[in-house]
Design a protein around this ligand. Structure first.
Ligand SMILES: [Zn+2]
Length: 221
């Protein structure tokens, strides 16, 4: 592995997907000196949560979420690039156009490993649509130059359908960083933080956050 040239790209649609889904793994990469860049699809401006107590409204939510993402990325020591799509609309973007845009950004950053959502197992249409577009984007790159894709699957039937993940990281050593990153997303994270605080450290929910799992994508073309 040409470790010196490694660059991990995290490609998810919403500010906070990176913190909930992959911030332990991101912290592990950063501790190894590997650069990580988050290509964030939207600003999550259609999110249902407006803070608790409420501090945002439909018109102002994106400004808060943008700041929260900057705060989380500072804590995780990663770059952020905003891809500029609208929340809850990714499934309606033409796949070819979305994939071409992603391909250009993947090549521009020199991504060698990509973390995204497993299409069909993302439990949100934006997650599935962006994951699908990432696969398409990487398929557009000649096979010898393709980065690996690590898929984050969320739905409960994941292991029944796909078997055991290829990578299972116990991110307990990076838990402080993960918790701090989640906390940065103040408008969204309140429910989750309460859950973490009130639940037993060994509860299934907390354990799920502490074990980050990914499937390596197998290309068929
Ligand atoms: Zn999301």
């Amino acid at each position: 592995m040409r470790n010196k040239e490694k660059h991990v790209l995290v490609i998810f649609p919403h500010p906070d997907d990176e913190s909930f889904g992959a911030s332990g793994t991101i912290s592990k990469f950063r501790s190894e000196g590997i650069p990580v860049t988050y290509l964030c699809g939207t600003l999550g401006e259609m999110g249902r949560n407006m803070g608790s107590p409420v501090f945002a409204n439909r018109e102002t939510l994106y400004t808060f979420r943008k700041k929260e993402l900057q705060e989380a990325s500072r804590k995780l020591d990663i770059n952020v690039e905003l891809l500029g799509y609208r929340d809850k609309t990714l499934e309606f973007e033409p796949l070819e156009e979305l994939a071409s845009h992603l391909k250009a950004r993947i090549l521009a950053w020199g991504g060698t490993t990509i973390i995204t959502h497993y299409p069909g197992y993302g439990v949100h249409p934006d997650h599935d649509a962006l994951g699908r577009a990432v696969v398409k984007a990487v398929e557009m790159i000649e096979p010898e130059a393709r980065p690996e894709i690590w898929m984050h699957a969320i739905s409960n039937d994941t292991e029944d359908q796909l078997g055991k993940p290829d990578f299972i990281f116990d991110v307990t050593p990076y838990w402080d960083k993960k918790e701090a990153a989640i906390r940065s997303h103040l408008s969204q994270a309140d429910g989750m933080m309460k859950l973490i605080e009130t639940q037993d450290k060994d509860s299934e929910h907390v354990q799920r956050l502490k074990m980050e799992r990914f499937y390596r994508w197998t290309f068929t073309t």
